[in-house]
Design a protein around this ligand. Structure first.
Ligand SMILES: [Zn+2]
Length: 238
């Protein structure tokens, strides 16, 4: 039997679900000229088995969830140089929606044997943006941002990478520069509209705590800056 508290709980959840639907629709309604660029899962789903074959040796996904797996592969198509790079996707309780890092043993391995992982937050009590709430297009955009980090790590020697990580951890200026560069790289690769939807979703979502949004504002490109970068890239490619 449902008691009164369970009813209140269910009621508040149903409100959140309705709100989330409204956000998803708004992103498309606010900017219809932008949403025509959004990637649709149904256009890629038939390629899933080909992607699995293509990345069989080099990529591992801990959670066999179709949308997450497909979004990862689709984002990878924008970084052809990472085809043979060893990358695994794991779910873990972390303090952001996702993050990319080299495996801890990188220091004792050669650069060619280096492995990377993209960690995706699995905590249900997380105050930030849950990956399960993202549209396919936004998920590709956020994963594209993480892959931009991996391409940067991949260009560094072990010593350079140690130096880079310590700067990232201890310098806010360096952190901002790194996050801005990853956003710009994702846009350059052609994932600007995916990133745009992902960031817009973050700011419009009432479920996400204010301090998480503030942190994003401080270190990442805003939706307006992403649009400006998209224009720049499009002009350069003309
Ligand atoms: Zn980042």
């Amino acid at each position: 039997m449902l008691n009164f508290r369970s009813l209140i709980f269910l009621f508040s959840w149903s409100i959140l679900l309705v709100e989330n639907q409204a956000i998803a629709q708004n992103t498309i309604e606010i900017a219809p000229e932008i949403s025509t660029h959004f990637l649709q899962q149904e256009n890629y789903i038939d390629s899933l088995s080909d992607y699995r074959k293509l990345y069989k040796r080099s990529k591992r996904i801990q959670k066999k969830e179709e949308m997450l797996e497909l979004a990862f592969y689709v984002a990878l198509r924008y970084y052809p140089e990472l085809k043979d790079t060893k990358i695994s996707v794991k779910l873990k309780k972390i303090k952001s929606t996702m993050m990319a890092q080299p495996d801890a043993d990188f220091i004792v391995k050669s650069r060619n044997d280096r492995k990377y992982r993209i960690l995706i937050n699995s905590s249900k009590e997380f105050n930030g943006m849950n990956y399960e709430d993202l549209s396919f297009n936004s998920l590709v955009g956020w994963i594209g941002h993480e892959l931009a980090h991996i391409t940067e790590y991949n260009q560094k020697s072990n010593g350079q990478l140690v130096h880079f990580i310590s700067n990232y951890l201890f310098s806010r200026k360096h952190l901002k520069h790194t996050e801005n560069s990853a956003d710009k790289e994702a846009v350059k690769r052609g994932l600007g509209y995916s990133l745009y939807e992902g960031v817009t979703f973050l700011f419009k979502n009432p479920k996400i705590f204010k301090n998480y949004k503030e942190r994003n504002k401080e270190y990442y490109l805003s939706p307006t800056e992403i649009l400006a970068e998209i224009k720049l890239t499009e002009q350069k490619n003309k």
